[in-house]
Design a protein around this ligand. Structure first.
Ligand SMILES: [Zn+2]
Length: 201
């Protein structure tokens, strides 16, 4: 915890004073423009990648940036999506995959996950992406393809959420698929033309 405590002290001493006005505004205003759904991976930091200020991104991070397709009943991902879209009224939703994703690597390499049964079960939400890359030989190329196909698959899952479906029908929200490349820092915007996500829009 040493580093975190020092970080908090440095934030209060060196960073916060320059943004004090912003935080005063944010204390009474929460109007993010974008719902950013990324992987929990420690190397993929939404605010750093986008250089967004506090208050700009409403963030959901899950293992493998997976978005389960809608089912009735409350869960954290669905509630957070609904809040961002229906209450906060975000105008854009980004689903961001990334290179060297542990979740996608596990699937691409068909790793034994018996020691992490909940992870194994959770990763089933990427079944469609796995199916699309089933014919490829294991290796980095397959991981890369799966990362991309997974962003498409999760965008499709996203459109099954009623809050998103309604916002798309009313043309109030635009969907985006990104892939972040860790070694170069590049962000690739995927072409959604012809995908379910684009058709829904
Ligand atoms: Zn990941």
């Amino acid at each position: 915890m040493q580093d975190l405590t020092e970080g908090v002290a440095r934030f209060q001493r060196e960073v916060f004073p320059a943004k004090a006005g912003l935080f005063t505004h944010l204390a009474a205003n929460h109007t993010p423009h974008t719902l950013f759904i990324g992987c929990s991976d420690a190397r993929v930091v939404p605010e750093l990648i986008t250089q967004g200020e506090p208050g700009e991104l409403f963030v959901i991070r899950t293992a493998g940036n997976l978005v389960p397709a809608y089912t009735p009943g409350a869960n954290g991902v669905t509630a957070s999506i609904e809040y961002a879209v229906s209450v906060l009224g975000v105008s854009d939703i980004v689903i961001c995959g990334h290179s060297a994703c542990g979740a996608m690597t596990a699937l691409a390499e068909d790793q034994d996950l018996t020691g992490a049964p909940t992870v194994a079960e959770w990763l089933r939400h990427a079944d469609a992406a796995v199916a699309r890359t089933a014919g490829m030989a294991a290796g980095p190329e397959k991981v890369g393809a799966l990362v991309r196909q997974n962003v498409y698959a999760q965008l499709t899952n996203l459109t099954t959420h009623p809050s998103v479906a309604r916002a798309l029908a009313e043309k109030k929200v635009t969907l985006h698929g990104w892939v972040f490349d860790i070694p170069t820092g590049r962000v690739e915007a995927l072409d959604l033309t012809g995908t379910g996500a684009a058709l829904a829009a």
